[in-house]
Design a protein around this ligand. Structure first.
Ligand SMILES: Nc1ncnc2c1ncn2[C@@H]1O[C@H](COP(=O)(O)OP(=O)(O)OP(=O)(O)O)[C@@H](O)[C@H]1O
Ligand SMILES: Nc1ncnc2c1ncn2[C@@H]1O[C@H](COP(=O)(O)OP(=O)(O)OP(=O)(O)O)[C@@H](O)[C@H]1O
Ligand SMILES: [Mg+2]
Ligand SMILES: [Mg+2]
Lengths: 265, 265
């Protein structure tokens, strides 16, 4: 079972869109996939057309120990399950910090998944708080969606620091798999500069023993495509809504790239 | 002194870009403006070219009571000051929840601003946590940047609930000024649908006594413009970097619209 934390504390970079569309692409390539909505805004759940009632089992009742993992699993389609989040979480979020207080709850819960999935994708909120720490403690690998923008570049350093802290203290096997460029506008001055900076940075890290010394920038890039923004309003991914769109092609290409990478899945 | 909380718990919708560019536009129209970087990711500070050393006064040392407000003020240009944030805040954020524990600290600190500014703009993080609650308790008005996307629409309801809670319990005068459409792609099916939904919603609320019953959708919309994404890498706003760009025109238009609205500034 390969667990990927899809993470970037910068907001709106394509984490949820990636988890939903990559998840479906991998499931339709025959892998058994579990998606986890770890965001109090519950956008992954909304994206896949699932709205939980207050008392139904979901990620938070799991994290505070009220429900077992297997009660929270929702089938989405063949080979694809989701642990959803509640949309009504503002209060839960605060109580959660007190109630869970530990970074390894999700990992412990995932260990009970029977049978294990081939791939788990965890959709993280835009912060480096306790929920994200739970994802990092549970994961084998971090996938970092980002926009090729200046402010996005600033955040990567902090993100990697956090990954290293978790790797040193809680999860020795944690690695950064790579960076996925989302909403990518190839050919602009800005994206070229950011891509160059990123490449130079990762090259310079190759000889070290950091969790990102083998990280890559995925060849697949996700172009800006309105179909990706429209499909959530139908509770579907772009593979159902607009199967020939660039959005579908790009996420299919990413799924193939990840499957081909021997150290990934 | 008119205080606007620039707020949306959805990530990456243009909060920081709006505070920086609207702030400069208002300052250059002769208003005295104070900007507050309330985001642990410190993007507003980075955007304006300011990086604080660890021990220098900033928003967090202010919130935990280690520095007074006047020690944190940094001049940016004529009529424009900033209370910056530190980029190294992951640890501070956690300690902050314990240390500040109250939603009115920022409001109390702002009351000491001497002389008062004409306008205060507060850049909020993508969450409805304690920092954002501090902004809402301190503000007269909420300005909500958003993208005309489906997931963005879902978040507005939750945002308004939070505004109402704060208005009922902590800040009776709090109002929602309006919604600012950012990265707006006029003419697409999605943006047209979202705009229609938003308009219908606010129309239906006009006769009520909620904090948003007089809220508007600003006529000024901010088009997607790469200059807005490029200018932070120069530590400047688009008014210096690309003064004739659509980004500059749109934020100038917004500044004029806000100034003309009698109940705003
Ligand atoms: N490649 C793309 N082209 C066009 N729109 C996109 C693309 N990827 C994502 N979007 C849209 O952009 C917005 C932000 O994407 P998304 O919600 O996936 O980001 P996120 O990183 O999960 O955000 P958050 O930090 O709030 O969790 C959404 O409205 C989404 O539908
Ligand atoms: N109108 C625009 N056109 C093009 N790029 C934009 C526009 N507005 C903002 N951006 C870019 O999009 C990204 C997100 O914008 P910004 O950081 O202002 O959003 P935010 O809501 O403050 O995000 P966060 O939730 O992470 O604080 C940034 O890289 C910014 O430079
Ligand atoms: Mg998301
Ligand atoms: Mg911001």
């Amino acid at each position: 079972m390969r667990t990927l934390a899809v993470l970037n504390q910068k907001g709106g970079v394509g984490k949820t869109t990636t988890v939903a569309n990559l998840g479906v692409a991998l499931a339709r390539r025959g892998r058994s996939v579990l998606l986890i909505d770890l965001d109090p805004q519950a956008h992954l759940s909304l994206h896949l057309g699932l709205e939980l009632a207050q008392d139904e089992p979901g990620i938070y009742s799991l994290l505070i120990g009220r429900h077992d993992l297997r009660n929270t699993l929702r089938p989405i389609e063949a080979n694809l399950q989701l642990i959803p989040a509640h949309t009504d979480l503002a209060a839960a979020q605060v109580e959660l910090v007190d109630a869970i207080g530990r970074e390894t709850i999700l990992r412990e819960a995932l260990a009970t998944l029977t049978p294990p999935a081939d791939i788990v994708l965890i959709d993280c909120p835009p912060s480096l708080g306790l929920l994200t720490l739970n994802a990092l403690a549970a994961a084998d690998e971090v996938l970092i969606p980002m926009q090729a923008h200046f402010l996005a570049l600033q955040g990567v350093g902090k993100l990697l620091e956090t990954v290293q802290l978790v790797q040193q203290r809680l999860n020795p096997q944690l690695r950064v798999g790579g960076i996925l460029l989302c909403m990518f506008e190839a050919g602009t001055k800005l994206s070229t500069e950011v891509l160059t900076d990123l490449r130079q940075f990762f090259e310079s890290q190759r000889q070290l023993t950091t969790p990102w010394s083998a990280a890559r920038i995925y060849k697949s890039t996700i172009r800006r495509n309105i179909k990706l923004a429209e499909s959530p309003s139908y509770g579907r991914t772009v593979f159902d809504y607009a199967a020939k769109s660039h959005g579908a092609l790009d996420y299919a290409e990413l799924a193939d790239e990840l499957l081909a990478l021997q150290n990934t899945i």
